[in-house]
Ligand binder design. Structure first.
Ligand SMILES: Cc1cc2nc3c(=O)[nH]c(=O)nc-3n(C[C@H](O)[C@H](O)[C@H](O)COP(=O)(O)O)c2cc1C
Length: 327
C-alpha cells in the first residue's frame, strides 16, 4: 500500500459527462482530484476500441483516477494491470492515472443485472475478492465507490466498506443513498458517519450526495467526519463549485462567475469535446452538456433550442456569442 492521500474535494465519476475536457475544467475550478467515467473492465480486456477513448488522460488531467466496473476478480485485476501499464489498445495517456476506482454503486439495470455496479453490494465477500485481486496485480492505489446499500432492508455500507478494506482498499467513497433510492430522496448522512467510524482512520472516507454549495459541503464534513467530499451533478454547469466550497471552508469571499464567464465556459467545453472527438460526435454529445452552463440565464430556453439544431462548431459559437440577453 502506498501513502497517496486523497485530497478534500473530488469530482464524482459521471458516465457521459466527466470526460477529459470536463475534468480539465473542474481541475481549473479547484477540484483536487477527478475520477473518470466508468469503464468496462471486460471491454478493456477484450480490447474494445471505444473504451480506450474513455480512458484518455491529456496533459494537465491530474490527479485523475480511472473507474472500472465489472464483477469478475480476474477480469478486474487484468484491466487494472492494463491501465497501470498503459498497455491497452489505443491507450493515449499523456498523464498517468493516480488510482483505480471500483464502481460499486451504479444503479442502472443493464449494469446491475449483469452483477456489476450496485449489485456488488449484495455480496461483500466478492467485493473483498475483487479489491484483493486488483491490489495483488497493481501498485496504484485501489479505491471503491459504494452506496448506502442495495435497499432499505440491506443498508450494509459499513459491512461492504470493511470487506473492501480487508481486501486492501486505499479509500472509500460513499454515495449516501441505496440502489433502490437512485437519486431521491435526500441523502442519509448517518451512513457516511458510520462508515467513517468503522474504517481505520488512515483510510480516507469520502462523502457524496447532494452537495450544492459551501454550506452543504460544510454540513457534510461536520456531521459525518468524512475526509473529503465528492461532487457530481452540481458541478455539471458549475465547475467553479470547488473554489466556492474552499472559500466557504476557509471563510473567504467568493464571487460567482458572471453570465459572460458561464457562456464562455459553454463554448470552451464544446470546443474541447469537438477537438477530442470530432465535430459531428462532439457537437451531438456536448450541446446538452453545455446547456448546464447557461441554465437560469434569461432567454436560455430559446438558445438551447437553437443549439439543439446546430451541427457545426462555428454556428454553435455564433449562437452563444451573439446572444442578446437584454431582449
Ligand atoms: C449522469 C450521471 C452519471 C453517473 N455515472 C456514474 C459513474 O460512471 N460511476 C459512478 O460511480 N457513479 C456515477 N454516477 C453517480 C455520481 O457519481 C454521484 O454518486 C451521484 O450523482 C450523487 O452525487 P451528487 O448528488 O453530487 O450528484 C452518475 C450520476 C449521474 C447523475
Amino acid at each position: 500500500m502506498n501513502n497517496t492521500r486523497i485530497p478534500l474535494l473530488l469530482l464524482s465519476p459521471m458516465a457521459g459527462f466527466t470526460d477529459a475536457s470536463f475534468r480539465l475544467m473542474c481541475l481549473k475550478g479547484g477540484a483536487d482530484y477527478c475520477i473518470s467515467e466508468m469503464i468496462s473492465a471486460k471491454a478493456l480486456v477484450y480490447k474494445d476500441k471505444k473504451t480506450a477513448d474513455l480512458a484518455f488522460l491529456p496533459v494537465g488531467d491530474k490527479p485523475t483516477a480511472i473507474q472500472l466496473f465489472g464483477h469478475e476478480p480476474d477480469t478486474m485485476a487484468a484491466a487494472a494491470e492494463m491501465i497501470e501499464r498503459g498497455s491497452f489498445l489505443g491507450c493515449r495517456y499523456e498523464e498517468r492515472p493516480v488510482a483505480i476506482d471500483i464502481n460499486m454503486g451504479c444503479p442502472v439495470k443493464k449494469i446491475s443485472l449483469s452483477g456489476d455496479g450496485s449489485a456488488l453490494m449484495k455480496d461483500p465477500e466478492l467485493c473483498k475478492r475483487i479489491v484483493f485481486a486488483m491490489k495483488s496485480r497493481v501498485d496504484l492505489p485501489v479505491t471503491v465507490k459504494i452506496r448506502a446499500g442495495w435497499d432499505k432492508k440491506s443498508k450494509n455500507a459499513v459491512e461492504v466498506a470493511l470487506a473492501c478494506v480487508e481486501g486492501g482498499a486505499d479509500g472509500i467513497a460513499v454515495h449516501a443513498r441505496t440502489r433502490e433510492e437512485l437519486y431521491n430522496p435526500g441523502i442519509d448522512m448517518d451512513i457516511i458517519a458510520r462508515v467513517r467510524d468503522a474504517v481505520p482512520s488512515h483510510i480516507p472516507v469520502i462523502g457524496n450526495g447532494d452537495i450544492k454549495d459551501g454550506e452543504s459541503a460544510e454540513r457534510m464534513l461536520k456531521e459525518t467526519g468524512c475526509d473529503g467530499i465528492m461532487i457530481g451533478r452540481e458541478a455539471l454547469g458549475n465547475p467553479w463549485i470547488f473554489k466556492e466550497i474552499k472559500a466557504t471552508l476557509c471563510k473567504e469571499s467568493y464571487t460567482s462567475p458572471t453570465p459572460e464567464e458561464r457562456i464562455a465556459a459553454a463554448i470552451s467545453l464544446v470546443s474541447a469535446v469537438v477537438a477530442m472527438k470530432g465535430e459531428d460526435k462532439g457537437i451531438r454529445e456536448a450541446r446538452g452538456r453545455s446547456a448546464h452552463f447557461i441554465r437560469g440565464l434569461r432567454g436560455s430556453a430559446e438558445i438551447r433550442a437553437k443549439l439543439n439544431s446546430t451541427t457545426s462548431l462555428d454556428e454553435f459559437k455564433a449562437i452563444l456569442t451573439n446572444w442578446d440577453r437584454n431582449e
